[in-house]
Design a binder for this molecule. Structure first.
Ligand code: GRF
Length: 227
């Protein structure tokens, strides 16, 4: 039987914390989606590890809480990650979203946020984990490139893919033109995948990622929007 909510049992608003290092265009796409309710929640905190990261300014202009935790001030990766985790916990987010966060995270950090830590990577994973993805796709003569949203585990860009988008590689592409085409689809698939998490459509059953109770293909669900 359905019934209304009293004021003390309103469904809580879900929220995400975003970690970034640079310009923050993916963060901005998440922010835009949150304003139209397409995200399934709000952005409650943005943390950067680099002073001057463009994403910090976007957040400040939007009135979102920010923190700068400069990794250069830390003697060890562990100490940095401990402070990072403590800062995240102040916002109690439902999901931690890496959006161009250029730091390798310690196993302790990854374990602490297990199954609630997402990343976007500009390649068709499992192809090209790591850096220079677009140049590597061009060097290999690939006909398609793309981006993948995945949960983060202890392996670099190796956690379970959630959603993947493909774009064509054009004969006259260089790394910059291909990156721009891929970035456009990044801005569409990241809000979608975050929405799936926040609205409870993703689950791990016996360690296998499911969406709407169906196993997710090994490369993630294929995004069928327009490239
Ligand atoms: C994106 O290409 C993302 O896939 C990668 O880092 C880049 C971040 O760009 N992980 P932006 O800061 O979101 O504009």
């Amino acid at each position: 039987m359905r019934r209304g909510f009293t004021s003390t049992e309103m469904p809580e608003t879900k929220s995400i914390a975003v970690l970034l290092s640079g310009r923050g265009s993916n963060f901005e796409s998440l922010l835009k989606a949150s304003r139209t309710d397409a995200l399934g929640g709000t952005v409650s905190l943005v943390i950067a590890n680099r002073p001057g990261a463009g994403g910090l300014e976007i957040a400040q202009n939007a009135g979102i809480a920010t923190a700068l935790i400069d990794h250069k001030r830390y003697a060890s990766r562990e100490a940095f990650d401990r402070d990072l985790a403590a800062a995240i916990e102040t916002a109690s987010p439902d999901l931690v979203v890496l959006a161009g966060f250029m730091r390798i995270l310690t196993p302790e950090f990854v374990a602490r946020f297990e199954n609630r830590l997402m990343n976007i990577h500009p390649s068709l994973l499992p192809l090209y984990p790591g850096l220079n993805t677009h140049q590597r796709a061009l060097d290999n003569g690939d006909t398609h490139a793309g981006a993948t949203v995945h949960y983060v585990n202890g392996e670099l860009d190796g956690g379970p893919p959630v959603l993947q988008a493909k774009v064509p590689v054009h004969p006259d592409d260089d790394a910059a033109s291909l990156a721009a085409r891929v970035l456009r689809v990044e801005h569409q698939i990241y809000p979608e995948a975050v929405n799936w998490h926040l609205t409870g459509r993703l689950s791990f059953e016996d360690g296998v990622l499911h969406k709407d109770r169906q196993p997710v293909p090994l490369a993630g669900c294929l995004w069928d929007g327009d490239a």
